[in-house]
Each structure stands twice: as C-alpha cells, then as structure tokens.
Write a new protein. Sequence first.
Length: 631
Amino acid sequence: MSDLVIAVVGGGPRFLGVLDSLCANADVLPGDGRIEVHVFDPFPIGGGRVWRRDQPSLLWMNVPAARVTVFADESCEISGRLRGGPTLAEWVDRNRHVLAVDPEIGAEAAAATGDTFVSRGLQSEYLAWAFRHIVDTAPERIGVVVHRDTVVDIVDDPSAGTPPQLVRTASGGSVRADRVVLAQGHLDDEFDGRETAYLSFAADHDLVYMPPAYTADCDAERVPEGEHVIVSGLGLAFIDWMVLLGESRGGVFDHDDDGALRYRPSGREPVLHVGSRRGVPYHPKLTHPLLADRPPLPYFFDVAAVVERCPDPHTADFTGELWPMACKEIVYAHAHELFHAHPQRVAVGWPEFLAALSALEYGDAAFDALIERSIPDPRDRFSMSALIDPLAETDPAGAGARTVGPQDTHRHVTGFVRRHLSRIDDPLCSVDSAVAAAFFSVYDVFGQLLRARLLSPESIVKDIDGWLHGLFSHVTSGPPPERLAQLAAMADAGVVRFLGGGLRVTADADAGLFRARTTTSDRDITARCLIDARLPPADIGRTVDPLLRALGARDEVSDRIGGIGSGRILVDDQGRLLGPTGPHPARWAVGPWVIGAGWAHAFPRPRQNAGYFRQNDALARALLQPTEEMS
C-alpha cells in the first residue's frame, strides 16, 4: 500500500514538469514508503490535447528547438535534486536514426537544427519520450499509473477521514488520492452571448461562423473557397488559419529570380481580410543572439525597488507608478546591448550614460533628453509607444496610418511586417533580443509581486493578467520569422488583405452578412464567413470542463479575487484551491487557467532559471510534505 497517492488531472507538458519535480524531491517525504502518481487525460500523456501527434504536419511550434525543454538545468534555483535532460534540439540530434524511419516526421527530423521551428508532431514525440524517460529514471519509490479518461468530479471522501479525495471519471471509475493537482491546460468555454448571436445569425442567413477554438480542432473545410472571409485576430491562432487555408489547400511558396519569397495560390484559398485591436501581427520570434554579455536583470525593477518606491504596492497605480519603473528596466536592457555591442551608434560612454539614467525617471523630459543626446539616430532608440500602438507611428514615406483607404492600410501593415523581417538578419536586431529579455524579467517580477500578494486584485486582473499579458505576448510570443515572410508573400498575392487596427465586427441584418470596420481604414468589408482567430478566454464561469463545473456548482473553486471576477482559478500563495472557507488542504491548481500564471510558461527556455521550474519545484515539495506538517 502506498504511503502517498497524488492525482494529477491533465497529462500535458505541465504534468511532465510536476512529475519530474516530484522525482527530484522524493526525499522530502520521510522514510522509504511508496509514492503513487495517477495521471488522468483522455489524450496521450506528454503531449496532451494541444501537443498531440494527430495534427496537420504544416502546423509548427513558435519556438526554435534549442529553446524548448521540459528539464531543469544548472541555472535553475530549485531545492530538489537536479535530474537534467535534453532540450528538444538535443533530443532530435541524439535520435535522428530512430526518427528517420517515421514516414511522417523522419525527413523533418533529419534536417532539423537548434534554430528550426519544428512541427507539433515532432514536438509531440519529444514530449512522449520525455514522459517515458521521467518514469524510467524515477526513484524506485515512485510509481506512475495512467488513466486515459476524463475527470468529472473530485469530492472529499467522507469514509477516509483525513485528506483522501475521491477522483471520479467519465468511465465511471474512481481513485482515492491524498492530494490532487489540476493541470488541465487550456480549456474550452460555452459560447458567450456574442458568439451565440453570431452562430444564430450565420444559421439564419446561410453563413459560416468559426468561433474561438484551438485551431487544430477546427474543421477548416467549412471555410468556403474563393470567397471573401473576415478574420478577427492577428495572433498565433491566425497564423494557424493562414496555413490551413493557404498552403494546406495547395498553395506553394517559392522564390523569384531576386530571391524574394512569393506565394502561388492554388485557387482553393479564400481571400482573408484580417484585422485586430493593434492591427498588426505579433513580432516575429527573434533568432539573432545578443552580441554583448546578457544585461544583468533585474537591475532597476525588482520587488525590493517596488516596495522602496511604494511601501504598500496594493495602493500603487499600475499606469502611473509601476509600469514606468518597468519601462525604465526595458530601456536599460536595450541601452546595455546598444552601448556594448554597437558602440559606434552612441555618443557617450556607458558609465556616464548609466549614471545619468539611474538618477532619472522614465517619461520625464530629462529622461527623454538623455536618450536623445546619447543615441543620435532616432532609429536606434527604444520606443514603448511603437510597441503599444504600432499603427499610430508614421510609415517611412511619412503618411499617417489613421483613417485612410483600405489599400493604404494594407500597404502600411505589410510595410510593418517587412520592416520587422528586415531586422532579423541585421546585427542591430540584437537590441531586440535585449528588449525581449527585459520583458521576461519584468513579467517575472510582476509574478513575484502577485504571488506575494503585494498587488491589488484589480491590478492583477486588469493590468497583469489582462493588458500586460497581451503586450508581453505581442512582443515575445510571435511566430517564426518564416511564417511572417509567408504572410507578406500571401499579402502580395492578394490572398491576405490587412484591415488595420481597432477592428469591430457586426452582424448586418439588412445585408445578411458579417461586416468589419476598423479605426485605421475608411471603408467597411462584408463577407459570408467570419473566423474568430483566438483561443477561448479563461473563464471558469462558462467552461465546458466537467470537473470545474462540478467544483464550481459547490463553490469549491472560485475566480473572484478581492470581489473581482477574473475568469481564472483562484489559489493561495502555495497554489492551493481557494473556496469560501479558505484553501483546500488537498487540492492544488497550476497552469494557464490559474490567476497570475502567465509568468511560468508552458515551455521554459533552457539555462534561464525559468519560473516554470521554480514553480514546479515548490509545488512538488508542498505535495510531498507529510500531512502533519502541512498548514
């Protein structure tokens, strides 16, 4: 009989991290009794639903293979024993001979390097191997039991006294566990009022509406060939739709005599009229390394600096007090790389600049004046406003992007894409990598503030999980550069038309069509098909997940923090589920549907002391604490 039974709901990448951390911390539980881990998921363990093998082969990861791992390394500040393991790139390199016989991914594996953005199918194989590896190398006292089933409820087991939980599944089975972890990843929602109205409108007028969903689960064949289609969203989901409705329908990319990428349509594509709030796609994933030493981060913006400036951060104004501190950190990182890697682009020495910068406040006239006299060329200066509102900037010809014709808007956004692509191979692009590093640091510091309960509920929901997460994703979580090059080529071919920013879509009852308008174009677009190119938002109030619905019906899970509904799961500082009577002693939750979880990404970067590993380490140690020592 096991001394400790742990149940994990969800068998995707987060489960792998938790399981590996349990193995690394097994000695926290005294004695040599057995630890039994039960994992529940209807999809294959390792990849789970999102990273399952049966996806279109043209769908890629948005991170190069060398920057993907599920194993902690020597940079990680963790308490458990360092077990280690290969990155995705290292695993592919070691296993090419085995992968070569796979008819679907063999050729891809043979050519893949650390800089390759591999298919999700190849990533799925890595995650499946990682699961087998973690189990095979686990301490003898840890056993793993797989249940290819859906958990529908978890209840306190009245017959067991102390903690045991009864985990009930869709097949009618049940397992008793001492501790349970919810690690379901991204979940689906019931349709909201807007989506329900669009579905009804589409049915009444013989139209097509594709609501928010994980793209690989969508039936792309429903989107009509040759017709005009409105697409809402220019993030990663849109890139998937671009692939499914373009190259997957027979379109071909090749190069002209000048080496420029072009797209040759198959004739089966629709014409995609696409817009979003910002009006431009996410920044391409940066592939140019830093040319100088990595800037020491955090430098100006850490928890101690925030508390020194705002003794009670709960009352701090995010926009007026906290965000300017974060912006100064980002400017510092950008300048560190510029001054050290490109000294010919600056007018003063680094010690002089840093001393002056340290004494100034971001946004003050003196701050701006320092930047202007120290960095002569405006193109070398960092601009936060250009990140936040890219179409407010003027194009190279000086034409404003506000309220112009559709052709000018399309040309302006295409120019934005090409300018970002042109920086990829430019050595000056190394400053962009410094900016990305600073965004990661800033986001991590906000995560520390959040977990220490130092921020107001409103700021956590609105500013951190809302606005900052969106900007962070826009800057750091973009597609591979090749995908943006393909997007520009499809735009040149007339298959993609950019609508601009401030997109608003309505159901036009008079015309019997969907209508799109933006704040950056003076003309509307109508179409018979509308695609909402985004994932369903995290909202436990309308999730279709049976477990969260069951817990919610009994008020055993909450999304309310300080009286504000966030949509996400509320946990305490140890990650335990919070209900009306406080934290549940035997239930934890982790992942993207947890409040403030954005700082610990699903695929951490190697050798960066990623928050993913620190969070998993702390969770594993909490799960393994003897019952009498748990608070």
